[in-house]
Design a protein around this ligand. Structure first.
Ligand code: CP
Ligand code: NVA
Length: 291
C-alpha cells in the first residue's frame, strides 16, 4: 500500500503537487464532479469556525460524500481520551479527517496514529488550506503568482506562516511588515523583511493582513498597541500597484487591521477568497484520497 496522503503543511508537499491541486480546484469550480461518492469526512473543532466548517461540509457533500462534524468538547477527547486512541478509532469509521486544533502537535499526533489522511484545518502554527484558497483567488484576478509580489502587513501568525511556506513553493516574493516584538525567526530566499508598512506594500500585486489577535492569543491590548500603525487603509493601499488586490482570511475587524474602505472597497477580493475555500478544499480532499 502507498503511504497515506496527509495535508498538514505546504512546506511538506512538493511544488508540482500543490500547483496540480490548484489547477484541479479551478476545474472543480467550473464543473463539480462527484469524485468522493461513499467517502466520509470527520471534521473536529477545538476552536470556533464559520468558513472552514461550512466549506468542508458543503465541499464533501458536493463531491458525493458524507460528513460528521465534531466539537472536541463533545467527544471523549474532552474527557481525556488520547489523541492517539481517537485517531485509531476514527480511522475505523471514516475515510479522511480534518482537524482544527490549538497545538500543532495535536495535529501531528493525530496524523501519526490515524491510518486515514489528515488535513490541517488551522492550528496555532499554520493554516495551509486558507493559503491554497488565497492563491486560487490571486490567480483568478492577476494570473500566475510566480514572480509576483505579495505584502503581509500585521501580526506574525498561523496565516503568515503558511504564506511563508507558499512563497518558497510557488516562487513569489513575500514582503513582511511586522513589529519587531512579534517577529519570529525564519528565513527563505523569497522573503523580504521591511521596516514599515509603506516600504512593504510599495509596488506589490497584493496586500494581505489578518486579525491582530488570533484565537488563543493572550494580551489583546498589548498586541493592539504594537500593531496600531499597521492598519491597511486606503493611503497604504494607494502605494501598491494600481490593480493590486486586498486579501484577508476573515473574520475581519474593521478599524483595526483593515479599514472599512479597503475591505469593502473595489480592490478587495475577500468574498471570492472565502468562496474559494470550498473549491480549494474539494481538490485537497480528492488529492488526499487519490492513491
Ligand atoms: N478563515 C477561516 O479559517 O475562517 P473560519 O475561522 O471561520 O473557519
Ligand atoms: N489567525 C486567525 C485566523 C482565523 C481564521 C486565528 O488563528 O484566529
Amino acid at each position: 500500500m502507498t503511504k497515506k496522503r496527509d495535508f498538514l503543511d505546504l512546506d511538506a508537499i512538493d511544488a508540482k503537487t500543490l500547483c496540480k491541486i490548484i489547477d484541479h480546484a479551478r476545474d472543480l469550480k467550473k464543473k463539480n464532479k462527484k469524485l468522493l461518492e461513499g467517502k466520509t469526512l470527520a471534521q473536529i473543532f477545538e476552536k470556533p469556525s464559520t468558513r472552514t466548517r461550512v466549506s468542508f461540509e458543503v465541499g464533501m457533500q458536493q463531491l458525493g460524500g458524507n460528513v460528521v462534524t465534531l466539537n472536541s468538547n463533545d467527544m471523549q477527547l474532552g474527557r481525556g481520551e488520547t489523541i492517539a486512541d481517537t485517531a485509531r478509532v476514527l480511522s475505523r469509521f471514516v475515510d479522511i479527517i480534518m482537524l482544527r486544533a490549538y497545538s500543532h502537535n495535536t495535529l501531528l499526533e493525530l496524523a501519526e496514529h490515524s491510518t486515514v489522511p489528515v488535513i490541517n484545518g488551522l492550528t496555532d502554527h499554520s493554516h495551509p488550506c486558507q493559503i491554497m484558497a488565497d492563491i486560487l483567488t490571486f490567480e483568478e484576478r492577476l494570473g500566475n503568482i510566480k514572480g509576483k509580489k505579495i505584502a503581509w502587513v500585521g501580526d506574525w501568525n498561523n496565516v503568515l506562516v503558511s504564506w511563508i511556506h507558499a512563497a518558497e513553493k510557488f516562487a513569489f516574493d513575500l514582503h513582511i511588515a511586522c513589529p519587531k516584538e512579534l517577529v519570529q525567526a525564519t528565513s527563505g530566499k523569497h522573503l523580504k523583511f521591511c521596516e514599515s508598512p509603506a516600504e512593504c506594500v510599495k509596488d506589490v500585486d497584493c496586500v494581505v493582513t489578518d486579525t491582530w489577535t488570533s484565537m488563543g492569543d493572550k494580551n489583546p491590548d498589548l498586541r493592539r498597541n504594537l500593531l496600531v500603525n499597521y492598519q491597511v487603509d486606503e493611503k497604504l493601499m494607494a502605494l501598491a500597484k494600481k490593480d493590486a488586490i486586498f486579501l484577508h482570511c476573515l473574520p475581519a475587524h474593521r478599524g483595526e487591521e483593515v479599514s472599512a474602505a479597503v475591505i469593502d472597497g473595489k480592490q478587495s477580493a475577500v468574498w471570492d477568497e472565502a468562496e474559494n475555500r470550498l473549491h480549494a478544499q474539494k481538490a485537497i480532499m480528492v488529492w488526499c484520497l487519490d492513491n
